[in-house]
Design a protein around this ligand. Structure first.
Ligand code: ADP
Ligand SMILES: N[C@@H](CCOP(=O)(O)O)C(=O)O
Length: 319
């Protein structure tokens, strides 16, 4: 359960009173997620998500996320609105944290996606990229390639997380620094489109959520993150060709990748696997003991990284 911060009932009632959304019926911590404190808020008017922003989300970035979600919704993407209070404010404070009340979207995150669901999420990602390309805002990717070495250093002894990890990470960082592309098509991307950040009903995508890592970066890197998180076995050792082809097919319906992007995908996927390996390793070591959160295992991301390092990795991205 990701609840880092307690919400006092009187403070919550006062917060909700700022909005035209009825009065509080209940407010329960949500089991999923690792970054922020999330609550399912029920009022006399319906269901909402209350998010208190923790660790990696800077309060100063929240106006960017509010504007981005508004832009994507205006372009037909299934993203949740940040609800505005009677004064038009979406960003609040409660329990010493920046906070938002967010539209509740229906759907379930697929734990073991079917190929048809991978195809649907590929198309939803492509459509989201088409919309994001016209978004005028931008944001440095604080979880992007240039920052991975700092995350590794902040973790401490990587060998204490997985034996032999330090040497592997040092070598991979050097390789990626030497080969990372300079000029692929870029705009604001989601950058964390794991299955738990997509809501679906059957094969229909009903929600793309959790945009708090959204930042300016290569669109093909976003596809690589999605490939790494949707097409592998739970242990990260096996990429399912049916799921991978379906994801790529769905994306290709919306976006025609350039030859340079196609050539870069295996490298970008190595970067994607390393990024989430590093943040999981960091959180493995540094998550507060009293937080109600289930830490995510870094090992399956290491297995994916090894798969993407293999000489035949380009085949994993065939349409
Ligand atoms: N707009 C929403 N509609 C419905 N459920 C949501 C919404 N936002 C978040 N959730 C639920 O809360 C969980 C955690 O949200 P998420 O934003 O992924 O948290 P974190 O940023 O901490 O990882 C999601 O897996 C989902 O179950
Ligand atoms: N998706 C990342 C962790 C970030 O958590 P999220 O719940 O905000 O996606 C991972 O799986 O390591």
């Amino acid at each position: 359960m990701a609840v880092y911060t307690h919400v006092d009932p009187d403070d919550l009632a006062a917060l909700v009173a700022r909005y035209a959304i009825g009065t509080v019926v209940s407010c329960k911590g949500i089991a999923e997620g690792v970054e922020n404190s999330n609550f399912l808020l029920e009022t006399t008017d319906g269901r909402f998500i209350l998010t208190l922003y923790e660790k990696r989300v800077q309060a100063g970035d929240l106006p960017f996320f509010v504007d981005l979600l508004g832009h994507l919704a205006d372009h037909g993407c299934p993203v949740p609105a940040m609800i505005r209070d009677r004064d038009g404010e979406a960003i609040q404070r409660i329990s010493g944290r920046a906070a938002c009340i967010i539209q509740f979207l229906p759907g379930i995150s697929p734990s073991h996606p079917m190929p048809s669901q991978c195809e649907a999420v590929g198309a939803a990602l492509g459509a989201m990229h088409r919309a994001a390309a016209s978004f005028p805002g931008g944001r440095e990717n604080s979880m992007g390639h240039r920052h991975w070495r700092a995350i590794a250093e902040a973790t401490g002894d990587l060998d204490a997380v997985i034996s032999g990890l330090q040497d592997l990470v040092d070598a991979e960082l050097a390789f990626l620094d030497a080969h990372w592309p300079g000029d692929l098509p870029a705009h604001v991307i989601h950058a964390d489109l794991f299955p738990d950040n997509v809501l679906m009903l059957g094969d229909r995508v009903t929600g793309l959520i959790d945009f708090y890592f959204a930042a300016s970066d290569f669109r093909a890197y976003d596809l690589a993150v999605t490939h790494a998180s949707w097409t592998f076995s739970d242990d990260g050792r096996h990429c399912d060709p049916a799921r991978a082809q379906a994801l790529m097919r769905g994306y290709a319906r919306e976006i025609a990748l350039t030859d340079a992007e196609v050539a870069a995908l295996p490298l970008l996927a190595r970067g994607a696997a390393l990024r989430f390996l590093l943040t999981r390793a960091h959180d493995w070591v540094h998550t507060p003991a009293d937080a109600l959160v289930t830490r995510k295992d870094p090992a399956p991301l290491l297995a994916r990284l090894r798969r993407y390092q293999a000489h035949d990795a380009a085949a994993l991205f065939a349409v």
